[in-house]
Design a protein around this ligand. Structure first.
Ligand SMILES: Cc1cc2nc3c(=O)[nH]c(=O)nc-3n(C[C@H](O)[C@H](O)[C@H](O)COP(=O)(O)O)c2cc1C
Length: 176
């Protein structure tokens, strides 16, 4: 089962993520949890999130990039749900050997991420990658959608189709 943890602060105003989610939702074996719709008061049901994660073989962390990082509710989700004794630490083995993929959309194009002294997208991925590895998750290559500000609807639809195909192939690998 693929579990998409979806964190868009304004899901109804989304262009890129909305289409990706719509396409992913048509796949069998995919469950989507839209954090901002589920927890508008930021009161995350940790037990329910952990139960959903337990059922998943592959976890997707999907969100728009915000200030080179994740939206605040997703950060809170990481802090609360990946708890000691469950995701890491003594007895914390719940996520071991599952896989995770970061699906992120950005306003900037690829060159936009070349600014600064230590440029590169891999650097931005590092906190999430390290979090995943610390919890025993396998880190898959991220699915990155750049230049969302300038993409027309046709391009976004094509990207969403590509996303769906990619999830489908990951499902097939997971099912052996
Ligand atoms: C508060 C905020 C911060 C953002 N920070 C970044 C950023 O650091 N880098 C970037 O490329 N885009 C940034 N963006 C642009 C979003 O990533 C972009 O609008 C989003 O990926 C588009 O997806 P959507 O159509 O699903 O909303 C930011 C947007 C907002 C609202």
């Amino acid at each position: 089962m693929i579990l998409i943890i979806y964190a868009h602060p304004y899901p109804h105003h989304s262009h890129a993520n909305k289409r990706m989610i719509e396409h992913a939702a048509t796949l069998e074996g995919v469950e989507i949890r839209s954090l901002y719709e589920r927890y508008p008061d930021f009161n995350i049901d940790v037990a329910a999130e952990q139960e959903a994660l337990s059922r998943a073989d592959l976890i997707i962390w999907q969100h728009p990039m915000q200030w080179y990082s994740v939206p605040p509710l997703f950060k809170l989700w990481l802090d609360k749900v990946l708890s000691h004794g469950w995701a890491y630490g003594h007895g914390g083995t719940a996520l071991r050997n599952k896989s995770v993929m970061w699906a992120v959309t950005t306003g900037g194009d690829e060159r936009h991420f070349a600014i600064g002294e230590h440029p590169g997208f891999d650097i931005l991925a590092q906190p999430l990658q390290a979090t995943a590895l610390y919890c025993g998750l396998k880190w898959l290559a991220p699915f990155v959608v750049h230049s969302t500000f300038v993409c027309d609807d046709e391009t976004l639809q094509a990207t969403a189709r590509h996303y769906k195909q990619h999830l489908q192939s990951l499902l097939e690998v997971a099912n052996g």
